[in-house]
Design a protein around this ligand. Structure first.
Ligand SMILES: C[S@@+](CC[C@H](N)C(=O)[O-])C[C@H]1O[C@@H](n2cnc3c(N)ncnc32)[C@H](O)[C@@H]1O
Length: 227
C-alpha cells in the first residue's frame, strides 16, 4: 500500500531526548549510527553539526521540504489538542507544560526542515520503508535506533516486527528500541513475543532510562550480535 502524506503525523524529538532515551554515551556518539523512523526529529541535524555520523531512514523522506512543512502545519494543532485532552498520560517535569511541549517539538521540526535538503544530498536522510531491504552492506552501522516507532505501533503485527528488526540487525551491530510500550502505554503480547524471538540468537537486554514523558515509557530494548 502506498505511503500517503495525508496519513503522516510528523512529530519530532531532539538530540537531548535521543541521548537520554537511548543512553547514548559520548563514546556511542562517535560510532556510526542509523535511525529508523527518524521522521522530522532534529537528532540527525544536531548530531551532524556536532561532528557525528548519523544516517536517518523514513518513508516521509520521499516528500519535498514544502510538502512536509505544510503537513507539519496541518497536524500541529490537532496533535496539541489531543495532548491537552490526555495530559494525565504524561509526566510533566522535564517538559512542564503544553506550551513548552509545543515549543520543543516545533523547534526540533524546524531544525530538521532547515537541514532536510542538504541532508538528502549528503545521503543522511534516506527514503526507506521497513521491512524492505536496506541499501547497505551487512554491518555498515554500529548502532541502529528506533524512537517511538518499532514495538509502539503494535498493529503492524508480529511478522512485520520480526522482518524489520532482522533487516536492521543485518546492517547494524546492535539495535536500541524505545519505548517498550504501545501507543496506549501498555505492554503487549507482541512486544514479549518479539523479545523472545531475538533472545534465541542475540544478546538481549532491557534497560531503564531516565527519560519518561509518556507514562510508563521508560525502558529501552537493546539487541546485539553475539559475534
Ligand atoms: C512517531 S514518529 C517518531 C519520529 C522520531 N523517531 C522521533 O522520535 O521524534 C514515527 C515515524 O515512523 C515512521 N514510519 C512509519 N512507517 C514506517 C516504516 N514502515 N518504516 C520506517 N519508518 C516508518 C513515520 O514516518 C514517522 O516518521
Amino acid at each position: 500500500m502506498a505511503f500517503k502524506l495525508s496519513s503522516v503525523v510528523p512529530w519530532g524529538r531532539n538530540i537531548d531526548e535521543y541521548r537520554e532515551m537511548f543512553l547514548l554515551t559520548d563514546s556511542d556518539m562517535k560510532k556510526k549510527i542509523a535511525g529508523f523512523g527518524d521522521g522530522p526529529a532534529s537528532f540527525n541535524y544536531q548530531a551532524t553539526e556536532a561532528g557525528y555520523s548519523v544516517t536517518s531512514f523514513d518513508p516521509i523522506y520521499q516528500f519535498t521540504k514544502e510538502q512536509l512543512e505544510q503537513r507539519i502545519d496541518e497536524v500541529k494543532n490537532i496533535v496539541m489538542k489531543q495532548m491537552s485532552e490526555n495530559m494525565d498520560n504524561y509526566v510533566w517535569d522535564r517538559i512542564p507544560s503544553l506550551e513548552a511541549l509545543e515549543n520543543v517539538r516545533i523547534s526540533a521540526m524546524r531544525a530538521f526542515l532547515h537541514d532536510y535538503e542538504k541532508g538528502k544530498l549528503e545521503r543522511r536522510y534516506i527514503y526507506h520503508e521497513l521491512p524492505d531491504k536496506l541499501p547497505y552492506e551487512d554491518n555498515s552501522f554500529d548502532i541502529g535506533l528506533s524512537s517511538h516507532f518499532l514495538l509502539m505501533y503494535t498493529a503492524l503485527g508480529y511478522d512485520f516486527h520480526i522482518a524489520a528488526i532482522t533487516e536492521i540487525l543485518r546492517v547494524c551491530r546492535e539495535i536500541r528500541i524505545f519505548p517498550l510500550c504501545d501507543l496506549d502505554s501498555n505492554s503487549s503480547e507482541i512486544i514479549e513475543k518479539v523479545i523472545s524471538y531475538f533472545r534465541k540468537d542475540f544478546k538481549v537486554e532491557i534497560k531503564k532510562t531516565n527519560y519518561e514523558f509518556q507514562k510508563c515509557a521508560d525502558s529501552l530494548l537493546v539487541i546485539k550480535h553475539t559475534k
